[in-house]
Design a protein around this ligand. Structure first.
Ligand SMILES: CC(C)(COP(=O)(O)OP(=O)(O)OC[C@H]1O[C@@H](n2cnc3c(N)ncnc32)[C@H](O)[C@@H]1OP(=O)(O)O)[C@@H](O)C(=O)NCCC(=O)NCCS
Length: 290
């Protein structure tokens, strides 16, 4: 009989894990999983079979003394419904202790989370994925500020802006954001007004899809301008993916409709001990990625 073991993930597990995650239509690659391992090293667990091959993955990160996040819980297709998911959730105790835990679940998996004690509902989000129609020309109306391509020199200010909105000061957030802009294929766009950051987005190429996250902006005009500038920089027929929070202003759904990016899935945040609210929810356009 197959004995399933849960153990900390190692870098050698990640190529195979990324492969079966992609077979389940998850946007990931080995490099992205390596980032998670570098940033959240003691929070990344795999379920392995008798031959030590990974069949499931869970990633947990502590955001502050009271709140932790489950960023990924996924089981290989052919191994679902054998209790492996439950075992991977139990592993969170090792790194998160008794913290309130938040997960972003697709609606199709809410029954599973319910059985694991995650119930209180937080914000909802939609997953948008599609090829950007570059022929669309939504003229930016952000006239008093400017959009620039960011680099390492801008990151202190970006991190301070991000932390003020998410409330996730300290812990892994800074390292995660720095990891997001290390590769030449990725870029960060920053909206500035009077030297102050008032929005930003990061674009990260994963296989043939450009993941747009995080994406935050103080006003609709800044969001529109950031999106417009991003589209100018993407190659023709680029496929993008975004996780848009329901709390985001209607304008962002309008922008996605205009560029013909369809909503492909819906999900919501769930908690073990009750909903927390993020300080800058109105400014947050994407559900905060980790
Ligand atoms: C959702 C998922 C993580 C569950 O893991 P799993 O190993 O299949 O689940 P388990 O076998 O540990 O199931 C635990 C309990 O939840 C139930 N359950 C599992 N998946 C469920 C689902 N999608 N809907 C409702 N109940 C579900 C099981 O029947 C079981 O109930 P029981 O304790 O009464 O027997 C896994 O099926 C998966 O990876 N699915 C695809 C990706 C996904 O949706 N991930 C969720 C992150 S948003």
């Amino acid at each position: 009989m197959e004995v399933i073991r849960i153990r900390p993930a190692r870098v050698e597990d990640l190529a195979e894990t990324a492969k079966w995650m992609r077979e389940s239509n998850r946007l990931t690659d080995k490099e992205l999983l390596e980032i998670y391992l570098r940033v959240y090293h003691n929070g990344v667990f795999v379920a392995v079979d008798n031959s030590d091959r990974p069949l499931g993955l869970s990633i947990w990160c502590a955001l502050n003394p009271y709140l932790g996040v489950g960023t990924k819980v996924i089981i290989r297709n052919d191994m679902e419904n054998r209790g492996i998911g439950k075992q991977l959730i139990a592993a969170s105790k090792k790194c998160l202790g008794d913290r309130n835990i938040m997960v972003n679940s697709y609606d199709s998996a809410i029954g599973f989370w319910d059985k694991c004690g995650f119930q209180h509902e937080g914000c909802a989000f939609g997953v948008y994925r599609g090829i950007v129609n570059k022929a669309v020309n939504l003229r930016p109306i952000f006239q008093d500020g400017q959009i620039s391509v960011g680099n390492l020199c801008h990151m202190d200010k970006v991190i301070a802006y991000d932390e003020a909105i998410t409330g996730y000061k300290g812990y892994h957030r800074e390292q995660f954001l720095l990891e997001c802009i290390r590769r030449d294929s990725d870029f960060i766009l920053i909206a500035n007004m009077d030297e102050n950051i008032c929005g930003y987005l990061i674009v990260r190429k994963i296989t043939d899809v450009f993941l747009v996250a995080p994406f935050m902006a103080n006003t609709n005009a800044m969001a529109n301008s950031l999106f417009y500038e991003m589209v100018q920089r993407l190659p023709k027929n680029s496929n993008i993916q975004m996780y848009v929070t329901e709390q985001a202003p209607h304008a962002i759904q309008y922008i996605l409709e205009q560029y013909q990016i369809p909503k492909i899935r819906v999900g919501r945040a769930l908690f073990t001990k009750g909903v927390i609210s993020l300080p800058g929810m109105d400014t947050l356009l994407t559900s905060v990625p980790f």
